[in-house]
Ligand binder design. Sequence first.
Ligand code: ZN
Length: 138
Amino acid sequence: MNEAPTAVKLNLAGNLLSITWADGDASQYGGPYLRHMCPCAECRGHSPGEKEPPSWQAVRDVRVTSVRAVGTYALQFDLTDGHSTGIYSYGWLRAACPSKREDCDATGRPTGHIDIPGPTTPGSATPGSDKPEGTTPV
Ligand SMILES: [Zn+2]
């Protein structure tokens, strides 16, 4: 099966990579998605499960600035967080099409599942009752 796409387009303004596959299917990948899914050893470790991928929250502002073909089998991207070591094979990209996932929309934009913690203020945790009971001075 020929996995190579018939068209690869990078929409810089939309931060969106569009791929049209040989069988007419099309996939779209947002910049944060590509960063989140980066298949390189630095992000994934050398064996499955060795490393957690960067969180959605950590990558949500990442943009794709350029795309280039690697041989005839893969794409490589320059990302605004300086990361460019991932080699995304066409077979991998096809399997990773974000429309198959539930934690992002069809373009790989994370949906509302990102927990964004507020600033942590030391000492602002709900205090328990610090008063010793039964010691009210008379
Ligand atoms: Zn990586």
